[in-house]
Design a protein around this ligand. Sequence first.
Ligand code: HEC
Length: 272
Amino acid sequence: MRFMAGSEVADWRRSRLAFVLSAIFFCAAVSAQSQTGLPEGNGKALIEATCAQCHDLERVSNARFTREDWQITVTRMVAHGAVLKDNEIAVVTDYLARNFLGQPAVVIPGAEDAIEKALFAAPANLRPAATVIRWKPDQTYETLKKGTNRLVCYDRSGFPLEPPFSVECTSIGNLERVAQNLKFEAAGGGDEKKTQALFDALEKEGTRVKPEHGSIWHQFRGADQARARMHLTVAVPGGTAQSTGLPVTRDPMNAWIMDAGTSSAHIMLPGR
Ligand code: HEC
């Protein structure tokens, strides 16, 4: 160390003290961080360092997934921006699958084909953990596959006003809305105007069930599977041009809002 004048020595001592203090605080912060309640094991520290950057670690420790679904979830988190090297992904996935293992989705035997068909409408990353139901004529349903995420898919092929091939997925929170859709579409008997009038009446009475704000409707529809097209909309019940800042007329190049001001208001996305 070079020679220092007295005042310089004092400065150096102060900065050294500051360094020591900050090191103590840093360690305290680290040890507080490691009191996250995650079970001990290889991968714990990585998860504490990486996974709390965007959400609570409770989001992680409350989840119960199969090994396959953890793999998909961790891959999705990396796509969101979680920074993990390939070997760390394996360590983290293994830790999660060991500590937070969930039951695999339960499938009703014999329903495999119906499940596969309904899941055509699901985005690939949500497919394994999605639920699949089968609607009955009285708008109740049976569960063909009990999933572990919030996506639910079902077949509507040939229902009134639906094309011969029609499958749909949405949030599990929208099932009451779907049941109402199916009930009044059935009552409309395939007549578009009559059906619309029934929905307008519900809207007016204030009894139209609202979808979850921001929930997505995924539809895959067409004359048959080969000619079916994907369509994706975002529900913004009650949304208007003012509340969303979007135009109310069709715009093939930009997002716009359809059925503005009603419970059916939804954002149409270009190319979707
Ligand atoms: C860059 C931000 C970011 C980081 C880092 C991140 N996540 Fe997430 N996480 C999200 C977002 C956004 C969602 C909600 C959307 C979704 O599920 O894809 C989410 C949701 C989740 C969910 C709920 C998924 C479900 O299907 O219910 C789990 C579990 C999860 N994260 C685990 C993790 C784990 C484990 C890590 C660390 C490896 C991690 N997250 C790191 C952004 C992040």
